[in-house]
Ligand binder design. Structure first.
Ligand SMILES: [Fe+2]
Length: 327
């Protein structure tokens, strides 16, 4: 997606010489970077975006390792980082590049960093061993609303955001961000637009140019309750299908969906509806069996206090069962 293609979309990139940061729509730039899992055998990619909040004010959404040319472009866009006033790290397990990015663009009174609860708890020093001064927790609704009306943020219902378990596979929840002026949604893991899948990905059922929910949706991603699948479905419908006005979607793994993104999300939800219905029924049955069994044994109150996931079957529901971080 270079300058020529962007012109075909109806606008001229503000920095047509940029090679690393691609302007998806006016005011929204996306950077792709390789990210390997499965012991370095599978490149699932990762991303960060830069959005224009106002004239001479930009925010970074997530962090990527910056090549020399990417750093040059980012510095040209933000006047050496002076105009980068905020950094939002949106996925609990996308942490690998936070330390190096903070070393180059540190938190300060002029540049506020906001992250997930897991980031605030675990990522406290940068690559230069300097402290990361987190200005706010994105689990806090008032923090997510800080950049309205330019940025809208939402966390999926029915999924665990603060402490997803098991950490190796439960990567469904994240903060989705809509940059309203450009009509671009930035999302890590929860929704994935697949482009140019390699052999392993194709064998796992990911065709070229297709949209998917994270594979953990049907195992450990949602709370193991009857309600969670319905809550997730209603959140997708209310937020993405009926709510936000967007045309494009950038996803960490592994591509940029240009045009018709909203209708593709609607089609994905419709295609997944029966799966979510069956998951809700399965969770309800498991819960009923647990309660009946506990009542029979006379340990109902103890069982209720210890109620946990209905199952945690090791399976091929994620791209990795050994890597915790995936971006
Ligand atoms: Fe990821």
């Amino acid at each position: 997606m270079g300058a020529t293609k962007s012109r075909l979309l109806g606008f001229t990139p503000r920095y047509p010489h940029f090679k690393a940061f691609k302007e998806v729509a006016p005011g929204f730039w996306n950077l792709r970077a390789p990210f390997f899992v499965l012991g370095g055998t599978l490149n699932i990619g990762t991303q960060m975006s830069i959005v224009e909040l106002a004239p001479n004010a930009f925010a970074a959404i997530d962090c990527c390792p910056l090549t020399a040319s990417a750093a040059t472009e980012l510095n040209e866009l933000t006047s050496g980082g002076e105009l980068l006033v905020a950094v939002l790290t949106t996925h609990p397990f996308h942490t690998k590049a936070i330390g190096t990015f903070h070393a180059s663009y540190p938190s300060s009174a002029e540049r506020k960093w906001y992250g997930c609860p897991r980031h605030l708890a675990k990522v406290t020093r940068d690559a230069n061993d300097r402290p990361i001064d987190w200005a706010g927790d994105l689990n806090n609704c008032s923090v997510r609303r800080k950049f309205e009306p330019v940025l809208l943020m939402s966390i999926p219902d029915g999924a665990e955001f603060v402490n997803p378990v098991p950490p190796t596979r439960n990567h469904l929840s994240t903060v989705l961000v809509l940059h309203v002026p450009s009509k671009v949604v930035h999302v890590d893991d929860c929704i994935n637009w697949i482009e140019g899948p390699g052999l392993l990905m194709r064998l796992a059922g990911f065709s070229d140019r297709t949209l998917h929910f994270h594979p953990s949706l049907t195992s450990v991603g949602l709370q193991p309750t009857q309600q969670a699948p319905l809550q997730f479905r209603e959140w997708v419908r209310a937020t993405l299908v009926d709510g936000w006005d967007f045309e494009h979607l950038v996803s960490a793994h592994n591509g940029v969906l240009i045009g018709n993104a909203k209708s593709k999300v609607a089609a994905l939800l419709a295609k997944t509806d029966d799966t979510l219905r069956k998951l809700s029924i399965k969770n309800a049955q498991a819960d009923a069996e647990r309660r009946a069994s506990a009542a029979w044994d006379g340990s109902a109150s103890q069982a209720e206090s210890q109620a946990g996931p209905a199952s945690d079957v090791r399976c091929s529901d994620c791209w990795s069962d050994v890597d915790i971080d995936c971006g």
